[in-house]
Structure formats: structure tokens, C-alpha cells
Ligand binder design. Structure first.
Ligand code: 13P
Length: 239
């Protein structure tokens, strides 16, 4: 399975930045997905022209209703999005999302026919206390959807996001192996088919090493995904 390179633009990007997505789509790289802000999803789908998959950074758990300011998975699918990110640590922190919320969003994404990237990861304090595996176990127990259709897990240590800090390759390997064991315990053999991404301060300089780690099926990239040059450099660093 070739590595999957996913860009999460977070709250970045205006109309002029669509040119970056057009440049990504115009390259020969075909394993790129990008989640621009909601405001750019429709334009991004058009310029991506099927060459790269466009997704949302979040969705509501319900299809429609009285939820001012929210966007449903069905709405994303209606725009031509192919995936949605749920449970990002910035949403857990800024919007108080719980594992149960994340699970409901993941299932809404699946019901809308989207692939779902479900994010988990420990804080610095939890890592220092030796609780990484226990935290990942608890997050997965609380947030995994009923079945693994279209499911992708992103392991993003909270302390590695936007900090320039990256776990050792041995720590990444251990975390991914732990996630895999939990997926197999939960889904049986189908758990082997769930891709696991690493995220947190991925750059063109470190992507090759990270992507070579056992059980790392790709990367979820924030800051270094905002330009075509940078994200394509990450994609071509894949071993
Ligand atoms: P950075 O790559 O900017 O550290 O962000 C990672 C991330 O949160 C991707 O979802």
C-alpha cells in the first residue's frame, strides 16, 4: 500500500490559496489528500479534478437540523468531499469534544459515504507519566465506530503538533504497534486493514524516516501542507 499523505490546512487558506491545490493536482503524485477549511471545500474539489481527494476537518454528528454554524457529513459529501477528519486534538481542546462525540461524528462520516480519519494522541504530561499506551487504549475504546469501513486512524501526539518536536522513531513504532493491537482486538482481522497515519511536526526533512517506520501508513501534515512545494516534497520522501 503506498503511503497516504494528508494535508490538514486547519484555519488557513483564502481563495487565492486554491492555486496550491491546483498545483498539487497538476503534479504526478496521486497519494495526496487535502482538508482545506469548509469555505474552500467546493472550490478545492473543482480544481482537484479527482486527482487528489478533498475532505473536511470536522463534521456534525447529525445530518441536518438546528445547529447554527455546523456542517454535516452529508453536506461535505454533497460538495464532493471524500473524507472527513474527526477528533483532532485542537477540536477536543477548543470545542470540548469527548470520545463519545468523536465516535458519533465518525459514524456520521461513514453513513455519508466518507472515509474517516479519526485522531488520537497523548499530551506531554501523559507521555511523561508513562501513560501513552493507556491513553491511546482509552481514546480508541471510546471513539472507534461500530465497524471499520473507510476508517483511518491518525496518531498525533498533542505535544508534537506545531512544536517542531517529534517522538523518536522507536516511540512512533511502539505507539503504532499498540494502536494496531487495539484495532485487531476490536475488529478482528479487519483491524489489520485500517491504515494508521502519524501526525505532528512532519516536514520534508523528517517524512522519509517517519514513513519508513513499521505500521506508519502515511502522515497527517499541518503547517507543512499549506504549499504544494512542501506537501509534494513530503510525498516524494516516501520510501
Ligand atoms: P503540524 O504538522 O503543523 O505539527 O500539525 C499536525 C496536525 O495537527 C495535523 O492534523
Amino acid at each position: 500500500m503506498p503511503a497516504l499523505i494528508v494535508g490538514n490546512w486547519k484555519m488557513n487558506g483564502l481563495g487565492e490559496d486554491i492555486a496550491e491545490i491546483a498545483a498539487m493536482a497538476g503534479s504526478s503524485v496521486r497519494n495526496l489528500w487535502v482538508a482545506p477549511p469548509f469555505t474552500l471545500v467546493d472550490r478545492a474539489v473543482i480544481v482537484a479534478a479527482g486527482a487528489i481527494k478533498i475532505g473536511g476537518q470536522d463534521c456534525h454528528a447529525r445530518d441536518k437540523g438546528a445547529h447554527t454554524g455546523c456542517v454535516s457529513a452529508a453536506m461535505l459529501a454533497d460538495l464532493g468531499a471524500g473524507f472527513v477528519i474527526v477528533g483532532h486534538s485542537e477540536r477536543r481542546r477548543d470545542n470540548g469534544e469527548t470520545d463519545a462525540d468523536v465516535r458519533a461524528k465518525a459514524m456520521a462520516g461513514q453513513a455519508a459515504g466518507l472515509e474517516v480519519i479519526l485522531c488520537i494522541g497523548e499530551t506531554r504530561g501523559e507521555r511523561d507519566a508513562g501513560e501513552t499506551a493507556a491513553v491511546l487504549t482509552a481514546q480508541l475504546a471510546g471513539s472507534l465506530p461500530e465497524d471499520s469501513n473507510g476508517l483511518i486512524i491518525a496518531y498525533e501526539p498533542v505535544w508534537a503538533i506545531g512544536t517542531g518536536l517529534v517522538p523518536t522513531l522507536a516511540d512512533v513504532s511502539a505507539a503504532h504497534a499498540h494502536v494496531r493491537s487495539q484495532l485487531v482486538a476490536r475488529y478482528g482481522p479487519a483491524g489489520h486493514g485500517v491504515r494508521i497515519l502519524y501526525g505532528g511536526s512532519v516536514t520534508p526533512a523528517n517524512a522519509g524516516d517517519l514513513l519508513a517506520v513499521d505500521e506508519v501508513g502515511g502522515v497527517l501534515v499541518g503547517g507543512a501542507s499549506l504549499t504544494a512545494d512542501s506537501l509534494l516534497a513530503i510525498a516524494t520522501a516516501a520510501p
